[in-house]
Design a binder for this molecule. Structure first.
Ligand SMILES: [Zn+2]
Ligand SMILES: [Zn+2]
Length: 261
């Protein structure tokens, strides 16, 4: 009887040890699986966030700059714009080519259009992405790599859905910047037109949008008088100087040296 009991206890003990080992192995497997899962989800999450923040590859300068209009610029503007670019950032471009006036294709008016009222006037706004893709195609046809385009149409941002009546926007991936002339005119605010002020604003916004193409991984300067500062309204545009602040100029200078321009 004692022998039977001992044998039974022995067998039970073996079963217990076997089960204990199995449970421990299973626990280890579950633990490893959980930590792997955590690591994978962590890296996926990290990957997603870092993709968002991933810096753009630096452009190789110099480039060919194309200047185009989707309506005619006032007389003399094109020359003054070219001179202003030449004075500030000419060494970044092999050439500055006037790509002249382009008509907007009929399909342009069929989608991505918003109707808005401003100071009791009705406006039709176009999305910036339409200007980006059309200008990029024109740039490829004309063998220019950076485009600055001008339009009389008011625009809204394709990236920030609530940003309407923008002065300009830059698409750094495509190397295209668009400037909207409409909100740069004094008449837009119900005031008497001022050609000199309008020209100054066009030049400031042009330099701002080209500044985004050169300093690709830098968004806005915190100095409100710098041409690369963010302008939430026309007063902020007027507050900017025509040139880059010392800090931004220094960044541009470093690039100029790096590219041996
Ligand atoms: Zn900007
Ligand atoms: Zn600055």
């Amino acid at each position: 009887m004692w022998q039977v009991k001992t044998k039974l206890e022995f067998q039970l003990n073996r079963v217990y040890i076997y089960l204990y080992r199995k449970t421990t192995t299973l626990q280890k497997k579950v633990h490893t699986f959980a930590s792997n899962l955590q690591r994978v989800s962590g890296s996926v999450k990290k990957g997603l966030t870092s993709r968002k923040r991933q810096p753009l590859a630096p452009l190789i300068f110099p480039k060919h700059l194309g200047i185009l209009c989707y309506n005619s610029l006032p007389p003399g503007f094109s020359k003054t714009i070219t001179e202003e670019i030449a004075r500030n950032i000419h060494s970044f471009f092999y050439s500055m080519r006037d790509l002249e006036v382009w008509d907007l294709p009929p399909h342009f008016f069929e989608k991505d259009v918003r109707q808005r009222k401003r100071a009791s006037k009705d406006y039709l706004l176009h999305s910036t992405k339409k200007f980006f893709s059309l200008s990029h195609k024109i740039g490829q046809l004309s063998r220019t790599n950076i485009i600055i385009a001008f339009t009389d149409w008011p625009i809204y941002s394709s990236h920030h859905k609530n940003a309407e009546f923008l002065f300009g926007e830059a698409n750094r991936e495509l190397g295209v910047s668009i400037v909207s002339l409409a909100p740069l005119r004094e008449d837009f605010y119900g005031r008497e037109s001022d050609d000199q002020l309008f020209l100054e604003r066009v030049l400031k916004v042009t330099m701002h949008e080209l500044g985004h193409q050169i300093l690709r991984n830098f968004n806005h300067c915190c100095d409100p008088t710098c041409v690369l500062s963010f302008a939430k309204d026309i007063e902020a545009v007027d507050c900017r100087r025509m040139s880059f602040c010392v800090t931004c100029q220094d960044k541009i200078e470093k690039l100029r040296v790096a590219f041996n321009l």
